[in-house]
Ligand binder design. Structure first.
Ligand code: KG4
Ligand code: ZN
Length: 350
């Protein structure tokens, strides 16, 4: 590749929760996406903020170096540094924000701040370099306007996306996020953190109609998951009084049934949002969009309701810097730069 073809090179940095990640993208084509997942939280039932920021400090330099090295470009070819400003854990965000600011200063390139939740919404536009093995992937992007159900460990939102940087939250959770509902149900069953992927795994072998749990009746497009968590806790506690091995004996069916309930709540609201807005371009994004039950359910709904469905490849569902680099690219095109004084924002809306 000659120098003329090397344009719009963005380095993305993500440290909002428990993944330290860096990515080099050229436009919306992702060249590298390096992720160091922190294993230290496994036995704590959730992310321990202090441990997370210490791990980010350890990981950030090797992760960024590897992302640049593997891209085949040199650091002098980077044209902007995009970073997650929020929302997220303050101590974790601080590591990425400070690192991004120092690097941009050292390289003499602009800084671009990215909202992590907007980046999940824009993960639908990540393209891969031409490669016969990944043929077709990243080729199918939604057209505007589309609806994105963003489901992660900290947020659950339905977003109406009018353009890359023009989007509006039209429904969200009033309490726990969908990912939290998975993780808390897993904790009740004594599964390690993060429990979502394990529930997905055991659910494949289970009977989803075996147990039923209450679905909340929340008006409009908002969600609530805290009642479901409590109902699940009381049910498991009650059953375990008469049989202490209840969870172990019924793990697959419990996982299938709780997953089915969470998925139903999500898909019903998505359907309502589509009816209300008349939009049939539908996407899902965020960690929980990796869930096979949710992926199947939206595909089924699509057949029935005539939706066009867009789901990111698995590696771009959970936290990653590729989506930060690509979201950064769209802001870079608009010269939407951040000052060196930009500070982390634990709560950050759009
Ligand atoms: O987007 P993400 O990586 O981080 C946040 O921004 O929060 O989402 C993490 C969440 C966790 O709650 C995790 O349990 C959940 O996504 N998750 C899943 C699956 N993979 C990740 N939940 C259900 N099924 C999965 N396969
Ligand atoms: Zn996320």
């Amino acid at each position: 590749m000659n120098d003329k073809q090397i344009n719009n090179v963005i380095l993305g940095i993500e440290t909002s929760c428990d993944e330290t990640s860096a990515s080099v993208a050229m436009g919306n084509t992702v060249l590298t996406n390096v992720i160091a997942t922190q294993e230290v939280h496994k036995n704590f039932g959730g992310v321990v903020p202090e441990l997370a920021s210490r791990q980010h400090q350890k990981n950030i330099i090797p992760v960024v170096n590897e992302a640049i090295r593997k891209s085949g470009l040199s650091k002098n070819q980077i044209q902007a540094v995009a970073f997650t400003r929020g929302p997220g854990l303050p101590g974790s965000l601080m590591v990425g924000v400070s690192f991004a600011k120092s690097l941009a200063l050292a390289l003499g390139v602009p800084l671009v701040e990215v909202n992590h939740m907007q980046a999940h919404v824009l993960s639908l536009f990540i393209a891969s370099p031409p490669n016969p093995l990944s043929k077709g992937e990243g080729e199918q992007h939604p057209s505007f306007p589309y609806l994105c159900l963003t489901v992660s460990g900290g947020h659950t939102q339905i977003v109406q996306v009018k353009d890359y940087l023009d989007m509006e939250v039209i429904g969200e959770t009033l309490d726990d996020a969908a990912g939290e509902a998975f993780d808390k149900a897993a904790k009740i069953m004594n599964l390690p953190y993060p429990g979502g992927p394990l529930i997905d795994k055991y659910a494949r072998e289970g009977n989803l109609k075996r147990f039923s749990f209450p679905e909340p009746q929340i008006p409009g497009l908002d969600f609530s998951f805290s009642g479901l968590k409590t109902a699940f806790l009381y049910f498991v506690r009650e059953q375990s009084k008469t049989d202490k091995d209840f969870v172990e004996k019924n793990k697959n069916d419990l996982c299938a049934s709780i997953q089915e309930t969470i998925v139903n709540i999500l898909v019903k609201k998505l359907q309502k949002a589509s009816e209300q807005t008349g939009i049939k371009e539908i996407a899902i994004a965020g960690g929980v969009s990796a869930n096979s039950g949710l992926r199947n359910a939206v595909n089924e709904a699509a057949k029935k309701l005539g939706w066009n469905i867009y789901i990111p490849p698995l590696r771009y569902c959970t936290d990653n810097a590729a989506m930060i680099a690509v979201a950064g690219y769209y802001k870079f095109l608009k010269n939407d730069f951040a000052p060196q004084t930009a500070a982390p924002m634990a709560r950050m809306s759009f």
